[in-house]
Design a protein. Structure first.
Length: 513
């Protein structure tokens, strides 16, 4: 008997003793065949047929474009949509119908038959390919403005990457004992963080809270659609912004400094699908970015300040031009809702992830996927690029935060971050760049990128070292699930918000204001 089959039978022997039939056990995509020993022949045959059908169905290639999926369903004489059916559900239904056609011997036309002039892979051809699987690529013609944006992003990112590499080269000349001394001192400082202040920031849970670029203001978005601006460090409510009609899930401050009060310096996304731009002079939006067909979960400013990225429940992420408020790019690629988005600090890359438990890293200069973050077993709720430019941390419902290296194209560490869902993750991205050369030739050691903060549904805020990914300090204080975390650019405060409707500031006792 094959070892995997023996393991399956032993695993479910207790269930059989309790009167639960093996054919009632849910199947998975590993297609591990159970042993037929001790099972009635008709039941064993049904089990094997079930696995075979599932393997054949999984090998069928169907379009990712929803319009083509609908067209094929119409051709098959099936309803193009069912009540409450999402795009991913519709694709699964089409795959099941095509699998049934193959079973009945009527599947020779495949997806290509009658749809788009045979542009998709034909089922007969797919069966002839090695492994029975064919990958498809779909392209949508971009607008001229997108080409200009890609060119600008390429120029912007090359200059930033050059500066970053020069700093990292300078850092490499610092003696190891100096690195150890500095990082030990950093850990000692981080252990001194405690609760500094708290503020009731909404009548409903505060889904997200972010520091402004100058670390003087907090924007807190809550489930009633309002955004409250709080002062730092007093946590006084300065203003309430009204524009969203449903829960606010995404907030991001412009990275550009020296903006006037009339200039758009804040962007937010709501569950009604709208994205609003705000200035610091009025309580209503100065502009709106419309186009998403579902809840907007996260929004982020590009490091250049000229573009905005948004992640949505409509299974797409999009790129917007701030000045013209036009939509530059609609990017598909996720099979389910997209929840998180994060730009690389150079500006060349963007990472997206969502409820399909898969993350993708995209090159904004070419539009291609350069890496897939495949390793979580549950949905991904948070993403953060390290200031070093090549590491990404993902926060997931499987209680872990995983560290990915773009250079190695793999996961390099898995952190058991919380006892429950990990809701958000943020690196310290301010202060002095490590490796900065001073006028006297000395190299200044900084804390930028040296630690990260996570929040979880275990009501905890945790600080981790980015050196060895070890837990440095846990901060208890929330009475409900923590929904978001952030670190101020000046390195003085950690911010958290959650289901208890509060925003909390954490700081060291020796901090001077």
């Amino acid at each position: 008997m094959h070892p995997s089959r023996r393991a399956y039978v032993e695993e479910h022997k207790e269930d059989e003793d309790m009167g639960i039939s093996i054919d009632q056990v849910p199947t998975d995509h590993d297609y591990i065949l159970p042993s037929i020993s001790g099972i009635a022949p008709e039941k064993a045959s049904a089990i094997i047929q079930q696995f075979d059908k599932k393997k054949r169905a999984a090998a069928i290639t169907v379009p990712t474009d929803d319009n083509r999926v609908r067209a094929k369903l119409r051709e098959l004489g099936e309803p193009i949509t069912l009540f409450g059916e999402e795009k991913s559900d519709r694709r699964d239904r089409l795959r099941a119908l095509l699998a049934a056609q193959l079973e009945s011997g009527d599947g020779s036309r495949g997806v290509g038959g009658g749809v788009g002039g045979g542009e998709d892979v034909d089922m007969a051809d797919a069966d002839e390919e090695a492994g029975g699987e064919v990958e498809e690529e779909f392209y949508t013609e971009g607008i001229p403005e997108l080409l200009s944006a890609r060119q600008h992003i390429a120029q912007f990112s090359l200059e930033r990457a050059r500066d970053r590499c020069e700093l990292q080269q300078s850092e490499s000349t610092v003696q190891l004992k100096e690195h150890i001394k500095h990082r030990k001192g950093l850990k000692d400082r981080l252990t001194g963080y405690n609760l500094f202040g708290t503020q009731l920031a909404g009548d409903r849970p505060v889904a997200i809270a972010r520091f402004s670029n100058d670390s003087k203001t907090i924007a807190a978005g809550n489930w009633d659609g309002g955004i409250r601006l709080l002062s730092v460090p007093n946590m006084d409510i300065v203003r309430t912004l009204r524009g969203h009609t449903d829960r606010v899930g995404g907030i991001s401050w412009s990275p550009m400094s020296g903006l006037s009060e009339e200039a758009a310096s804040l962007v937010s996304g709501g569950a009604e699908g709208d994205i609003h731009l705000w200035n610091m002079k009025q309580d209503t939006p100065v502009a709106s970015l419309l186009g998403h067909g579902g809840r907007v979960c996260r929004v982020e400013y590009h490091p250049s300040g000229r573009y905005i990225g948004s992640a949505s429940y409509d299974t797409t992420w999009r790129l917007w031009d701030v000045e013209t408020t036009s939509e530059l790019l609609i990017q598909e690629g996720h099979s389910r809702e997209v929840f998180a988005i994060s730009f690389q600090h150079d500006g060349a890359l963007v990472a997206t992830a969502g409820l399909d438990a898969i993350g993708r890293v995209w090159d904004l200069r070419t539009g291609r996927t350069i890496m897939i973050l495949d390793g979580h077993i549950k949905e991904i709720h948070g993403l953060a690029f390290s200031p070093n430019g090549y590491q990404i941390v993902s926060a997931s419902g499987d209680h872990t935060a995983k560290v990915w290296d773009v250079r190695k194209v793999k996961c390099i560490s898995s952190i058991g971050a919380h006892a429950s869902l990990v809701s958000d993750v943020r690196f310290f991205d301010g202060g002095v760049d490590t490796g900065r050369v001073l006028d006297d030739g000395e190299i200044e050691m900084g804390d930028r990128g040296k630690y990260l903060v996570t929040g979880g549904f275990d009501k905890m805020v945790n600080i981790y070292s980015a050196d060895d990914w070890a837990l440095v300090k846990s901060l208890p204080g929330h009475s409900g699930n923590v929904l978001s975390v952030d670190v101020s650019k000046d390195g003085k405060f950690i911010l958290s918000s959650g289901h208890d409707r509060t925003c909390k500031l954490w700081s060291r006792d020796d901090i001077e204001f």
